[in-house]
Design a protein around this ligand. Structure first.
Ligand code: PMP
Length: 355
């Protein structure tokens, strides 16, 4: 029956989301969720949502959330765009700002949704190889004839961050195309490019509530940049889905910015666990890329990553293994809470001493 499909759908290879296991009791270190629950402030705000308000459509402009974000991030409300998770924000960015005649540039090892959006929206793209150390080399992105540039900072799945100075150098070299920086993981130690949005009108910074704010289940993401970039995103949004954020998501997202202490505590706990996990895995013969994210990317000196992933799974721990030739020796391990990290390390000790 696929003759009924649009031609473009017939050729699509969709993004495969990380596994969300149906079995309870697994230690889930595979999709970079936050191991800590959302702040109690968020939970009370969600409980206070009334039936009467759910009868009504939500605010199509997400005004209360825009104001909260504007105050916190020191930007104007017309410099903010809000969407249903940063995946949806990214979809709007690809549609509204990154589709041009010339190819879009992004790293060959990066968030694997980018090529999927390109195929869906008919965007020509060029994948730029990472350097020997698995870092993004921005000097390779100076081609003035490209149609735009997008990369995560820190990159995923490597966890490696670029310094702000390198990003500013790129912005100076590339004033005529949109540079979109996906900062999904920036709160775990990276340097944000946000201060540069007032200096470079072609810079867009994209954030999510899914990682550092423990709200992957609510689906909230946002972008910040020059009002003209935001206007393009709003145009597409209002031609597609005027209400991307439901009332629960809006309420929870606003409330999460009301508990700064909790945000800082959980952020720090994850960074501390990451440093501890890195040291312990290094003792077991792993090399771990320098991460500023809530996950690490590690390879063992002799044991295949697929074997380790299978061994972990047999012992009820799931991590992410990618079937891409350049990175199939690596495991991406999300940072869990201290008990989960301990279980991971103990199981790795067992698996690495067995051979
Ligand atoms: N960007 C990157 C680099 C990611 O790893 C993810 C999470 N898979 C996202 C964006 C999307 O996050 P969300 O849609 O949950 O905001």
């Amino acid at each position: 029956m696929s003759q009924f499909w649009s031609p473009i759908v017939q050729t699509l290879t969709p993004y495969v989301p990380g596994e969300q296991p149906k079995l309870p009791g697994l230690i889930k270190l595979n999709t970079n969720e936050n191991p800590y629950p959302p702040s109690p402030t968020v939970m009370s705000a969600l409980h206070a949502v009334t039936a009467e308000t759910l009868r009504l459509y939500p605010d199509p402009d997400s005004s209360a959330l825009k104001q909260t974000l504007a105050d916190y991030h020191q930007v104007a409300t017309n410099e903010i765009f809000i969407g249903n998770g940063s995946d949806e924000v990214l979809a709007f960015v690809f549609m509204a700002l990154l589709k041009h005649q010339a190819p879009l540039l992004f790293p060959d090892i990066t968030y694997s949704f980018y090529p999927v959006y390109c195929k869906l929206f008919g965007i020509d793209y060029q994948e730029i190889p990472l350097d020997e150390q698995m870092g993004i080399k921005l000097a390779d992105y100076h081609d003035q004839s490209c149609g735009g540039i997008i990369f995560p900072n820190p990159n995923a799945p490597t966890g490696i961050a670029l310094p702000l100075a390198a990003i500013e150098e790129l912005l100076i070299k590339q004033p005529n195309v949109v540079i979109a920086i996906d900062e999904a993981y920036v709160d775990f130690g990276g340097e944000t490019a946000l201060p540069l949005i007032h200096k470079y009108p072609n810079l867009l910074v994209i954030r999510t509530f899914s990682k550092s704010r423990s709200l992957a289940g609510l689906r909230v993401g946002f972008a910040m940049g020059h009002p003209k970039l935001i206007e393009a995103l709003e145009r597409v949004k209002n031609s597609f889905n005027s209400y991307p954020l439901d009332r629960m998501a809006l309420t929870g997202a606003v409330a999460s910015y009301g508990d700064e202490v909790y945000f800082q505590q959980t952020r720090k706990a994850i960074i501390d666990s990451r440093e501890h996990m890195t040291q312990e895995l290094e003792k077991l013969g792993f090399s771990v890329l320098p991460s500023t994210a809530n996950f690490i990317f590690a390879r063992h000196a002799s044991l295949p990553a697929s074997q380790l992933a299978a061994g972990l799974r047999e012992r009820a721990i799931i991590v992410r293994h990618f079937n891409h030739p350049r990175i199939n020796q690596y495991l991406r391990i999300s940072i869990g809470n201290p008990d989960e990290c301990k279980a991971l390390i103990q199981t790795m000790r067992l698996l690495t001493s067995e051979h």
